[in-house]
Write a protein that binds this ligand. Structure first.
Ligand code: GCO
Length: 448
């Protein structure tokens, strides 16, 4: 008998992203994306890796769907590569790109697995970046066009959608820190990008709704509960500002048509390029809130930071829990805290956990077995915390482990393995890790 129980109708899934798994980067008419360009630029990615082939999911998707079936999963969160659908980010549709996702969606449905596509997991068509990228307001309109194309193409079989993946991360890492594509370090452009993305989220939602009145549409937000470094009033206040900034910058505009009060001097609307009437335009009544969560964040007052007056301190996460091979602290309560905060602040919205997982570098032993007990412990802890939140009233509909396959981990290349399934990159061979077998039992029994 299971001890930790989940609702009967719960979605058990895994998540992936197009650039991280598909490969086939220049096949069947696909256009170049900012991640193709970035990864092909020497010095950008650990070990000079790139996603040209990655897990070759583009060709091996049927095998991957069979693996999910073997794992008793009933939801698959994947992303659609915009440059497969519109190679230059505007204009005519590339039929062959659409056909790939047709095949994938049909295979999932035949296996009894809900397809949950994300429209944008960071692979912007390079042509649009050449025209200014996300800091350029017009990109929002281009994105809404693409969202409508996707809704028309797949909406007869897809009921649940995610608009963006982690808008807070791709804007910060891509336009401010320059660690992700397109690799720009431009504070002014970054501020404008955050506003374009918020506009794009709302315009895409409206465009999709015009075609699919009953679709269930959300976004996968990167979230991390903020905890003050000390109980001093300054740290407590800083922690709250930081929370508003990292967790609600793309959520408050959608649900309430306003930017959160995160900055010391209020949101820098002018620098963000906010025009008259925009705040109303930002409203996008999402049907669910998607949460991607990996760790908690410890925050201290930072007098030298003139924007937020706050900064994250210490290693990734806190200093009390064990660490993954990425150096991130394992702190299961973070998931409980975040889900409960969203539940309180937004009046019990439907929630889907869109990503949660860990990197451990375990490989097959001589007998071909991958004994990744640390990953089982991780999921055991986070799922227990999630079950507690559900017991206390959170309306959580599904959980997606990040990730199905070891894959291309952005600037870390193939060095960080997050998969439930081990991939031998030279051959593409897949091996279920012990964690995959454990997760399969959890999905089958609805708990553990
Ligand atoms: C993100 C992305 C994933 C990552 C995962 C591990 O959170 O950065 O959504 O694509 O691979 O989070 O870092």
């Amino acid at each position: 008998m299971a001890r930790v129980r989940f609702p009967k109708s719960f979605y058990w899934g895994t998540a992936t992203a197009s650039y991280q798994v598909e490969g086939a980067w220049a096949e069947d008419g696909k256009g170049e994306s900012i991640w193709d360009r970035f990864a092909h630029t020497p010095g950008r990615i650990h070990n000079g890796d790139n996603g040209d082939v990655a897990c070759d999911h583009y060709h091996r998707y049927a095998e991957d769907v069979a693996l999910m079936r073997e794992m008793n999963l009933n939801s698959y969160r994947f992303s659609i590569a915009w440059p497969r659908i519109q190679p230059t980010g505007k204009g005519a549709v590339n039929a062959k790109g659409v056909e790939f996702y047709d095949r994938l969606i049909d295979a999932l449905l035949a296996a009894g697995i809900r397809p949950l596509p994300t429209l944008y997991h960071w692979d912007l068509p390079q042509t649009l970046e050449d025209a200014g990228g996300w800091p350029q307001r017009d990109t929002a309109a281009r994105f809404a066009d693409y969202a409508e194309i996707a809704a028309r193409a797949f909406g007869d079989r897809v009921s649940h959608w995610s608009i963006f993946n982690e808008p807070g991360i791709f804007t910060t890492m891509g336009y401010l820190a320059g660690i992700h594509a397109p690799g720009r370090r431009e504070p002014a452009a970054y501020l404008r990008a955050t506003h374009t993305v918020n506009l794009a989220q709302a315009e895409a939602l409206r465009a999709m709704r015009s075609v699919l009145s009953h679709a269930v549409i959300g976004t996968a937000f990167s979230m991390s509960p903020c905890m003050p470094a000390t109980d001093s009033p300054a740290d407590v206040a800083a922690s709250e500002r930081f929370h508003r900034f990292i967790n609600t910058w793309y959520l408050e505009p959608a649900l309430h048509g306003r930017y959160p009060e995160a900055h010391l001097d209020g949101p820098p609307l002018e620098a963000m390029g906010v025009e008259r009437g925009d705040l109303e335009r930002l409203r996008a009544p999402l049907d669910f809130i998607g949460i991607n969560l990996y760790f908690r964040t410890i925050v201290a007052h930072a007098p030298d930071d003139r924007h937020l007056g706050a900064r994250a301190v210490g290693p990734v996460g806190g200093s009390d829990g064990p660490r993954t091979d990425f150096g991130w602290e394992v702190w299961p309560d973070a998931l409980y805290e975040m889900v409960m905060r969203v539940t309180r602040d937004y009046d019990h919205p439907p929630i889907e956990i869109m990503e949660n997982g860990c990197a451990y570098d375990d490989s097959p032993d001589a007998a071909g077995r991958v004994g990744d007990t640390r990953r089982i412990d991780f999921y055991h802890g986070y799922l227990s915390a999630l079950a507690r939140a559900i017991e206390e009233g959170a309306d959580v509909r599904g959980y997606h482990a990040w990730t199905l396959l070891d894959n291309f981990e952005w600037s870390e290349g193939f060095a960080k393995r997050f998969g439930l399934v081990h991939v031998d990159f030279p051959t593409g061979q897949r091996t279920l890790k012990d964690s995959a077998r454990w997760y399969a039992r959890v999905a089958d029994e609805g708990g553990f």
